[in-house]
Design a protein around this ligand. Structure first.
Ligand SMILES: NC(=O)c1ccc[n+]([C@@H]2O[C@H](COP(=O)([O-])OP(=O)(O)OC[C@H]3O[C@@H](n4cnc5c(N)ncnc54)[C@H](O)[C@@H]3O)[C@@H](O)[C@H]2O)c1
Ligand SMILES: [Fe+2]
Length: 386
C-alpha cells in the first residue's frame, strides 16, 4: 500500500463542562455579527437553549432562532432555513443540537451563497468543487448529543424525500470554525438516545479503524475513541448525570468524526437506506448492524481487531471483541435484529440496490455489492451471526 494521504484536522474545539458560557465570545471569534441559531423543534423549548439565548442577548449579540429541523432532516428544512437566514439578514449560523440540527445548520450556511440546487453538492466524486466557496457562511457548532461528531465534520446528511434516500452533502468549508463541546448540555438526553448516539460514535471509530486506507493518525484516534466508549457509554446510559462519562463520550464523538475522514463502511452503507425508508434513529440502526458487519468483514480485519481487543484489555482475538460488542448492545437495550427494530423485509431489494451506492460503501474493507448487501440485510433481520 502506498504511504500517501490527505490529512486535515483543523476545527478549534472548546471542550469542557460549562463552556457554553463562552458562546457569545465564540460567535465574535468566528466573525459573525447577526447569527441564525438553527435547532430542532424539541430543543427549542428547553431551558438550556433559553439560557444560551439570554447569554447572547446579554452580550449584545442579536440572534434569531430557526427551529424547524426534524430528526433525519429533509430538504424542506434547508429551504425553510435559507428563507429565515435571508429574511433576518444573518451572516453566520450557530448549529445547536444533535446531529440533525448540526447537519441542517451547516447545510443552510453552505447553501446561503450557492446558485445550484442542493443535490448538486452530494458527496459524489468531486462535485463539491461545483460550489462557490466565497458564499459559505461561518458556522459555530454546539452539540447536545454525543455521537455524530458533526461538530468537527465537513458533511451534512439530508434525506431526499423524492428518492427516499439519505444524501451526504459535502464541502471542506462546511467544517465549523469553532465547536463548543460542553458535556453538561448532553445530561438531558434520555437513556435510549444516549445509547443510540453513543453507538454511532463507536461505529465511526470502528469503521474508520477497519478501513484499509493509509491513515495512521485516524487509526490512533479511532483506537482511543473506542476505549473511551468502552469505559463510558454504559456509565452514561445508567446515570445520565455522570458528567465525566458524558464528557468522555463527547470526546469519543469528536474523535469518531475526526477519524472517519479515513473511511466509513458497511455499517453506515446498510444503515442509511433503513433510516431513509423507515425513519429509524441513525446510531441505533448502526448498532443493530455492527456485529453482522464485523462477521462479514472478518477475513479482512481479523488481525486488526485482535490488536484492538488487546488495547481494550480484552483477550486479543476477534471473538473477544465481537463478544464485547454483543454484550454492550444487550446492556444498552439495543434491538438485536432488524425485525426487533421494526423493519420488515419488504424493501430488501430496494435497500440492497441503495447500500452499495452509498458514499460510505467504498470505505468498507471488503467490496460491497447488491448480492452481499442483501445477504447482510437478511442476516441482520433473522439474527444470524454465522
Ligand atoms: N454529519 C455527519 O457526519 C453525521 C454523522 C453521523 C450521523 N449524522 C446524522 O445525524 C443525525 C442523527 O443525529 P443524532 O443522533 O445526534 O440525533 P438527532 O439530532 O436526530 O436527535 C435525536 C433526538 O434527541 C433530541 N435531543 C438532542 N439533544 C438532546 C438533549 N441534550 N436532551 C434531550 N434531547 C435531546 C432531539 O431533539 C431529537 O428528538 C442523522 O440524521 C444522521 O444521519 C451525521
Ligand atoms: Fe454515523
Amino acid at each position: 500500500m502506498p504511504l500517501v494521504g490527505n490529512w486535515a484536522y483543523p476545527t478549534a474545539v472548546r471542550f469542557g463542562a460549562g463552556r457554553i458560557g463562552e458562546l457569545a465570545d465564540a460567535v465574535k471569534a468566528t466573525g459573525m455579527a447577526r447569527p441564525l441559531l438553527v435547532t430542532d423543534t424539541g430543543l427549542a423549548q428547553t431551558p438550556m437553549l433559553k439560557r444560551a439565548l439570554e447569554a447572547l442577548a446579554g452580550a449584545g449579540v442579536p440572534v434569531s432562532v430557526f427551529a424547524e429541523v426534524r430528526p433525519n432532516p429533509i430538504a424542506a428544512n434547508i429551504t425553510a432555513g435559507l428563507s429565515a437566514l435571508s429574511d433576518g439578514g444573518h451572516d453566520g449560523v450557530i448549529a445547536f443540537g444533535g446531529g440533525s440540527s448540526l447537519d441542517a445548520g451547516k447545510v443552510v450556511a453552505f447553501m446561503a451563497g450557492q446558485r445550484r440546487p442542493l443535490w448538486d453538492f452530494e458527496d459524489v466524486a468531486d462535485w463539491w468543487t461545483r460550489a462557490e466557496p466565497s458564499g459559505i457562511l461561518p458556522i459555530l457548532a454546539v452539540p447536545t448529543t454525543a455521537g455524530t461528531g458533526s461538530e468537527v465534520g465537513r458533511a451534512g446528511v439530508i434525506t431526499d424525500e423524492e428518492t427516499r434516500s439519505k444524501k451526504v452533502i459535502f464541502h471542506p468549508l462546511m467544517l465549523p470554525r469553532i465547536a463548543i463541546c460542553d458535556a453538561e448540555l448532553t445530561i438531558g438526553m434520555p437513556p435510549a438516545t444516549t445509547a443510540g448516539t453513543g453507538m454511532d460514535a463507536l461505529a465511526h471509530c470502528l469503521e474508520a479503524y477497519c478501513g484499509s486506507a493509509y491513515h495512521p493518525l485516524a487509526d490512533g484516534i479511532a483506537l482511543e475513541g473506542i476505549r473511551l466508549v468502552k469505559d463510558n457509554l454504559a456509565r452514561a446510559y445508567r446515570d445520565g448525570t455522570d458528567v465525566s462519562a458524558r464528557a468522555n463520550m463527547m470526546a469519543a464523538a469528536v474523535m469518531g468524526a475526526t477519524a472517519f475522514q479515513k473511511a466509513l463502511g458497511a455499517i453506515h452503507a446498510l444503515s442509511h437506506p433503513v433510516g431513509a425508508l423507515y425513519d429509524t434513529h441513525h446510531g441505533l440502526t448502526n448498532a443493530v448492524f455492527m456485529p453482522y458487519v464485523l462477521v462479514f468483514n472478518r477475513a479482512a480485519i481479523d488481525d486488526k481487531i485482535a490488536r484492538l481487543a488487546a488495547y481494550l484489555g480484552l483477550e486479543p482475538s476477534f471473538d473477544a471483541f465481537l463478544g464485547w460488542v454483543l454484550a454492550l448492545r444487550a446492556e444498552l437495550g439495543i434491538p438485536p435484529t432488524l425485525a426487533n427494530l421494526g423493519v420488515d423485509d419488504r424493501q430488501f431489494d430496494r435497500m440492497s440496490e441503495m447500500a452499495p451506492l452509498d458514499p460510505t460503501a467504498g470505505g468498507n474493507p471488503l467490496p460491497l455489492d447488491r448480492k452481499n448487501c442483501r445477504r447482510l440485510y437478511e442476516k441482520a433481520y433473522s439474527g444470524s451471526l454465522t
